[in-house]
Design a protein around this ligand. Structure first.
Ligand code: PNS
Length: 159
């Protein structure tokens, strides 16, 4: 059974993330969504809130998707999950430099691993967690940025 890891901050999960999860499930049997618990970053949504939003968004995929929090190095998390495959989404060429650096740094730490890049659907290319947070902070409508199943929870969690 092939297990892949899809890591990120997911602050909060967007339609773009879910698109990558769906695509990832076409190439691995099981996908572990690793939600970073990083004390250096101050997220808008707490780890628990990010997990709950992601769990709700991934309900349609049942047991093929597991949501797990992680801290520390991604390569250590990968080993813990008994996986050698990281899945990351690319929205535009602007994502590439950062992603390439991260993939190469990770591979230098764990040569057996591969990073698989999947491209987001064009209509989601402009969506990011940062855009969602900015629109939320300014009282705008985010219903076309996030999974509909998470919308109510998102407004409840919003600070
Ligand atoms: O959604 P994001 O914030 O772009 O995800 C970034 C993430 C979580 C994949 C990255 O920050 C990460 O893997 N952090 C764990 C620390 C680590 O392993 N760093 C070394 C690789 S650059």
């Amino acid at each position: 059974m092939k297990t892949g890891v899809y890591p990120g901050s997911f602050d909060p999960v967007t339609l773009g993330h879910v698109d990558i999860i769906e695509r990832g499930l076409k190439i691995v049997d099981k996908l572990v969504v690793g939600i970073l618990n990083n004390s250096a970053k101050t997220p808008m949504f707490s780890l628990d809130e990010r997990i709950r939003l992601m769990k709700t968004a991934c309900e349609p995929y049942g047991e093929r998707v597991e949501i797990v929090a992680f801290s520390g190095l991604l390569v250590d998390f990968l080993k813990e999950q008994d996986s050698t495959k990281v899945i990351r989404g690319l929205r535009a060429v602007t994502d590439f430099e950062y992603e390439l650096q991260m993939a190469q740094a990770n591979r230098s730490l764990y040569p057996e691993m591969e990073t698989i890049f999947l491209t987001t659907r064009a209509e989601y290319a402009y969506i990011s967690s940062t855009v969602v947070k900015d629109v939320l902070r300014n009282g705008g409508d985010v219903s076309h940025f996030v999974p509909s199943s998470t919308l109510e929870m998102l407004y409840k969690f919003r600070r």
